[in-house]
Design a protein around this ligand. Structure first.
Ligand SMILES: Cc1ncc(COP(=O)(O)O)c(C=O)c1O
Length: 393
């Protein structure tokens, strides 16, 4: 199974004290279950704020595509986070949670979606020229819009992967400028979402590209640097150094333009990834000739983890016996449905529970239905208190 963020997780693994709290809940909830730890969410937000403190006027907006559980979103809203939304359902979830401000970029907004964004006071970052045209032609919509800029992608071994993102517009496209002129639009926001954060030279190029874009677009008030920073945040010393580099560029832009510029960061994985856990129960076991213990669980890797890799962190009860490699398989008829491959565990038994870290982002929000299996219940943990939450799936 291919995991989009495979190289990113694990982030910082939970501290033993956090695992104890999670274990208490995990032993009691009906399986399969997702548990979101609000204290870990708060800690991640505090860390990101502290890492980016040198950037003047920075606003964190949680990428709701990563998790739209209403309690998670309300908690982030209470911490002062806005939202990044990519669909009508995500917009509704962000508004219901009271998240402000709301950023929006998606390749397929329809006309009605754009009008709904405007009604909610959201200025979308248009992903393509067709969207700019559609927005411009609706004369009752504000004349200010944002643009998502097309960026280069990091080199990749997959020959079918495009060298540039399929998202965003190129400032060199004449039809973009024709549409801006025809409809009397002013570009007030720029958005980029890239995978450059692991590469110093690519970060430098991105900042240079933004400088050029600012020269061509005099009305810019806000630059949104997107998400994708989880791997960066996993190495704190480098994160601090990169954010200082960004802060310096922002300072230069402000001095040159003689006015403030708001910087938006919209991480999803980096905030919520390690704040969520999956609890699954073992329903079948088998010992294989090569010494692997194959255990089937009552949850599926295929339906729950299409984007990220879960990591087993707890066995309940604590296992006894010598550790052996385990393949932890999901409950669908998909041959490749594994939650973990060759992980060392004390032999698990039918009825045992396994807790996986890394289930806070792109799990419930990316759930795919199969066999009509029940969706996992969602639970909130805060301090020692826990409660069931409405489903965000
Ligand atoms: C436009 C945009 N912003 C933010 C994010 C969040 O990225 P991450 O969860 O990797 O931080 C994504 C993820 O796909 C995205 O497409």
């Amino acid at each position: 199974m291919a995991f989009l963020h495979e190289s990113v997780l694990p982030l910082t693994l939970p501290a033993p004290g956090d695992l104890d709290r999670i274990g208490v809940v995990a032993a009691q909830v009906r399986t399969p279950a997702l548990i979101y730890d609000l204290d870990l969410l708060s800690a991640q937000v505090a860390r990101l704020r502290s890492d980016t403190v040198a950037i003047a006027h920075v606003q964190l907006c949680f990428a709701v595509k990563a998790n739209r559980n209403p309690d998670v979103l309300r908690h982030l809203a209470a911490l002062g986070l806005g939202a990044d939304v990519a669909s009508p359902a995500e917009l509704a979830a962000a508004l219901a949670a009271g998240m402000f401000p709301i950023m929006a970029t998606a390749p397929a907004w329809q006309g009605a979606d754009l009008a709904n964004l405007a009604t909610a006071g959201v200025t979308p970052d248009c992903d393509n020229v067709s969207q700019v045209e559609r927005w411009g032609a609706e004369t009752l919509l504000p004349r200010q819009i944002g643009l998502r800029l097309r960026t280069a992608l990091a080199p990749h071994t997959d020959p079918t992967r495009r060298p540039t993102s399929r998202f965003g517009v190129s400032l060199d496209a004449p039809e973009l400028w024709e549409a801006i002129e025809r409809y009397g639009l002013a570009i007030s926001q720029l958005h980029v979402h890239t995978d450059v954060w692991a590469d110093d030279a690519a970060i430098e190029r991105l900042l240079d590209d933004l400088t050029v874009a600012l020269q061509r677009l005099p009305d810019i008030e806000r630059i949104n640097l997107g998400g994708g920073m989880a791997s960066l945040e996993a190495t704190p010393a480098r994160a601090r150094q990169v954010w200082l580099q960004v802060a310096e560029a922002v300072r230069d832009w402000q001095v040159w333009r003689q006015r403030p510029l708001e910087i938006v960061l919209e991480p999803g994985l980096g905030i919520a990834g390690m704040a969520g856990y999956l609890v699954a129960a073992v329903v079948a076991t088998e010992d294989e000739p090569d010494g692997t213990r194959l255990a089937t669980l009552d949850a599926s890797g295929w339906t729950l983890f299409p984007w990220v890799r879960p990591q087993p962190v707890l066995q309940i009860p604590i296992g006894t016996g010598a550790s052996r490699p385990h393949d932890l398989a999901g409950n669908t008829c998909n041959e490749g449905d594994l939650l973990a491959h060759q992980v060392p565990l004390a032999p698990v038994q039918v009825g045992d529970r396994v807790v996986f870290a890394g289930a806070g982002a792109y799990v419930s929000s990316m759930y795919r239905a199969a066999h009509g299996m029940p969706v996992p219940g969602e639970w909130i943990l805060q301090g020692e208190q826990w409660r069931q939450s409405p489903s965000g799936i």
